[in-house]
Design a protein around this ligand. Structure first.
Ligand code: NAP
Length: 287
């Protein structure tokens, strides 16, 4: 065991800094002669200073649209950030990762279907092995399909629930307990204005996004005493490939980069403040 025990694996080869857990360990070892195991039990929140300054940020749905924009803004603005980019399309993820690397981030892709329980379990163990506990979980992956209630197939409805809601539950269950144990973390759940107000044709999507709203409120209630901040995000129409062919001009919507910027600004607040909800709309209102 080295003085850097407890550091994220990605930081283990870096030099200790004054006042880090290593020096605390040496002082305690000298003063009371506890063995390493006893020290680890007695002082569990092991964390290297590099980790706090160089967060590990996991983004689902990072292969395009708002998720890719979030990756770009974190890569550009947070020096030393490590990005865990998750989606199913590895080729698109690789393109986003390359751009993030050029912007100065460590960016790695982890192709995964986040609505599938065993795939998420595999993802969690691969990420843990590579990066240790993550600092920020951005549950952004989602999908829209609209149809009136009577015309929506059960398969379509299930697809909406799986992509937009089940995914948030599975990812949070896989990654949040470690944050809570460590006493620090940030979670962003992507809802939508469709998770605040219903509209015709939104049977599957609105049901799923209202579900994300409810799940986020539960997470906030459970995690507020554990150092984990939970923010639920409600964007209105935002330009992304999901709008292609819809016949709505991009200028009538918000740019994905503006929505992404809100995540970064909220993350950067001091840790005694939490933004529980972000509602963003195009200046001209909903479509
Ligand atoms: N654009 C808007 O107007 C708007 C408004 C409000 C809320 N939102 C929400 O914002 C989020 C992003 O939207 P967007 O417009 O950027 O959509 P998008 O362009 O269609 O991107 C969706 C992303 O989610 C990923 N994804 C979908 N299902 C997945 C699954 N099962 N497992 C892993 N990744 C999956 C997709 O990647 P792969 O296909 O490669 O897996 C893609 O990266 C969604 O949750 C959406 O509901 C969007």
């Amino acid at each position: 065991m080295t003085a850097f025990f407890g550091a994220h694996p990605v930081h283990r080869d870096q030099r200790p800094v004054r006042g880090d857990i290593g020096s605390a360990w040496r002082v305690r070892r000298k003063s009371n002669g506890l063995c390493r195991w006893q020290i680890l039990r007695a002082f569990p929140p092991l964390r290297c200073r590099d980790c706090a300054m160089k967060p590990v940020v996991l983004i689902t749905g990072a292969s395009q649209g708002i998720g890719a924009a979030i990756a770009h803004v974190f890569a550009r603005e947070i020096r030393g950030v490590s990005l865990v980019l998750v989606a199913r399309n590895a080729k698109n993820l690789a393109t986003v990762a390359r751009r993030c690397s050029k912007l100065g981030a460590t960016a790695e892709l982890f192709p995964c279907d986040v609505s599938d329980e065993s795939s998420v379990a595999g993802l969690a163990s691969a990420v843990e092995k590579r990066f240790g506990t993550i600092d920020v979980l951005i549950n952004n992956a989602g999908k829209f399909e609209g149809a009136p209630l009577g015309e929506m197939s059960v398969t379509q409805f299930d697809r909406m629930i799986a992509a937009n809601l089940r995914s948030v539950f599975l990812m949070s269950r896989a990654f949040v307990p470690a944050m809570a144990k460590r006493g620090r973390g940030d979670v962003f759940n992507m809802s939508s204005i469709a998770g605040l107000d219903a509209y015709p044709g939104g049977a599957g999507y609105c049901a799923a996004k209202f579900g994300v709203t409810g799940l986020s409120k539960v997470m906030r209630a459970e995690l507020k005493t554990k150092g984990v901040r939970v923010c639920c995000v409600y964007p209105g129409a935002t330009w992304s490939p999901s709008w292609e062919g819809a016949g709505v001009p991009a200028t009538r919507m918000m740019p994905a980069a503006d929505v992404a910027r809100a995540f970064l600004d909220v993350y950067r607040l001091g840790r005694s403040a939490v933004v529980e909800e972000i509602i963003l709309r195009p200046q001209l209102g909903d479509l």
